[in-house]
Design a binder for this molecule. Structure first.
Ligand code: ZN
Ligand code: FE
Ligand code: FE
Ligand code: ZN
Length: 268
C-alpha cells in the first residue's frame, strides 16, 4: 500500500475528525505509513488577519507536533511521520525557516496557494480567474513553484498544478513550463507530490497532470503520494488511480522522509 503523506486534522479549522480517527482510518484501509501535514500558522500575516478557518493558530503548533509524536508512540505497528504543509510566500522565507527549524519535522510540503495575495484555490475567490489572463496566471503559478523549490525550504511541492483546481485551462501549451519546472525541482532536490484531492474538485484530475508527472520522472524528480485528506474517510482516497498515474509516468518507487532525509519504497 502506498504511504499517505498529506493528512490534515480538525486543528486547521476546515478539516473534520480528530487525529486518532485518521490513524484508525489508515489502519482500516491497510495504510501502514501515514504522515500528518496540517496547515502551518499563517506566519506571513499579522495575528489579527489570520483566518482560524484556514490554518491552526501559532499556539497550536507545538501541541500539533506533540500530538503527532504521541500518536507515533501509541501506534508502534504503524509508521507515523511528522509533516507540515507550509505556504510559500515570497519575501517571508526567513520567517518560515525559523518556524520550521524549531520542530523535529520529518518533511515539509511546500504549497503555492496565493499569487500576489490572491487565494486562487479558495472557492470565494474564483471570480478573479475571469478578470485575469489565464495564460499569465499559469505562468505566474509555475514560476512561483520554481521559486518555492529553489528556496530550499521544502522537501516536496504539494498539489503541483493546483491552479487547475476549478477547471480553468490555459490557451497555450504547457510543455515548456512543465519541462522548466521539472528541471528546477530536480536541481533543487525537491520531490513532486501526486495528490488525489484533484479528483474531488471540479477539475476531476489528480495533481499534477500526467504530462507534468512524466517530465518529473524524466528529470529524476522523486514522487510522494498524498490524499490531502480533510476527513478520515479520505485517507488513501483515490489510491488505485494514484498508482495508475505513477505507473503511467514511469515511477516504480515513491519517496518518504525521516528527519528530513529521503528514503524510497517500491510501489506495491
Ligand atoms: Zn486544507
Ligand atoms: Fe494545499
Ligand atoms: Fe493540504
Ligand atoms: Zn494541500
Amino acid at each position: 500500500m502506498l504511504p499517505d503523506l498529506h493528512i490534515h486534522t480538525a486543528r486547521c479549522g476546515h478539516a473534520h475528525g480528530e487525529m486518532a480517527a485518521y490513524v484508525e482510518a489508515a489502519r482500516r484501509r491497510g495504510v501502514t505509513h501515514l504522515g500528518f501535514a496540517d496547515h502551518i500558522p499563517m506566519y506571513w500575516l499579522p495575528s489579527s488577519r489570520r483566518d482560524p478557518a484556514l490554518a491552526m493558530g501559532e499556539d497550536d503548533l507545538p501541541v500539533y507536533v506533540e500530538n503527532v509524536l504521541a500518536l507515533r508512540r501509541e501506534n508502534p505497528d504503524l509508521t507515523i511521520s511528522l509533516g507540515i504543509e507550509a505556504d510559500y510566500i515570497p519575501g517571508y522565507e526567513d520567517r518560515l525557516r525559523a518556524i520550521l527549524s524549531a520542530y523535529p519535522f520529518d518533511y515539509v510540503l511546500g504549497s503555492v496557494h496565493y499569487l500576489d495575495g490572491w487565494g486562487f484555490d479558495h472557492p470565494d475567490q474564483v471570480e478573479e480567474y475571469a478578470r485575469r489572463d489565464i495564460d499569465e496566471i499559469y505562468r505566474q503559478y509555475f514560476l512561483a513553484m520554481q521559486e518555492a523549490a529553489r528556496s530550499g525550504l521544502f522537501d516536496v511541492m504539494a498539489h503541483p498544478d493546483l491552479i487547475k483546481k476549478f477547471g480553468h485551462r490555459p490557451r497555450m501549451e504547457l510543455e515548456d513550463l512543465y519541462d522548466q519546472t521539472a528541471r528546477v525541482l530536480a536541481g533543487a532536490g525537491v520531490c513532486v507530490e501526486v495528490n488525489t484531492a484533484g479528483l474531488r474538485k471540479p477539475v476531476r484530475e489528480i495533481y499534477p497532470a500526467l504530462e507534468f508527472l512524466k517530465c518529473c520522472y524524466h528529470c529524476g524528480v522523486p514522487a510522494t503520494p498524498g490524499s490531502d485528506a480533510h476527513h478520515p474517510d479520505q485517507v488513501a482516497f483515490g489510491w488505485a488511480e494514484a498508482k495508475k498515474w505513477l505507473a503511467a509516468a514511469g515511477y516504480r518507487q515513491v519517496a518518504l522522509f525521516a528527519k528530513r532525509s529521503r528514503q524510497f519504497v517500491p510501489i506495491r
